[in-house]
Design a protein around this ligand. Structure first.
Ligand SMILES: [Zn+2]
Length: 145
């Protein structure tokens, strides 16, 4: 083994070229309230410390032709006059097409509503019916009336 390699000097220039603070995604936290009548409370915190933003919604599962649909309604205390306070979120796990009726999703294609639902699905807080239908459905026995 060659151990005689000359030591490489690392030259520290002045810090002119130091990158500006890396832009990392703000930390996001979610808290989910107990579900009752298919309704649950969702508290969102984006960012930390003084810059943290809080959002609260009542979320209700709604019927959808395909995928999972949720109706978001801002906590009354957070509603702003003249701004929409209700959104419909549609999660299509099979095709990965998620949508929301909020402005952010309409213009950017993603938003915190969709992302929060996906996060809750990922950690098992929202039950998702099996994406793949069973090849052989189990026969269901029932008594004739
Ligand atoms: Zn949205």
């Amino acid at each position: 083994m060659d151990t005689t390699k000359p030591q490489r000097w690392r030259i520290d220039h002045d810090n002119r070229h130091e990158k500006p603070q890396a832009r990392t995604k703000p930390e996001r936290r979610l808290a989910i309230g107990t579900a009752g009548n298919g309704l649950f409370a969702l508290a969102m915190t984006i960012g930390t410390g003084e810059k943290a933003q809080h959002f609260g919604y009542y979320v209700r599962r709604i019927a959808a032709d395909f995928g999972l649909a949720f109706h978001f309604e801002k906590f009354r205390t957070e509603q702003v006059e003249g701004e929409p306070s209700e959104y419909d979120v549609l999660i299509d796990l099979q095709r990965g097409h998620h949508s929301c009726t909020c402005k952010g999703n309409t213009y950017c294609g993603h938003c915190k509503h969709v992302e929060s639902v996906l996060a809750l699905i990922k950690c098992g807080k929202i039950a998702v019916p099996s994406a793949r239908p069973q090849a052989e459905p189990e026969p269901i026995e029932f008594d004739d009336p």
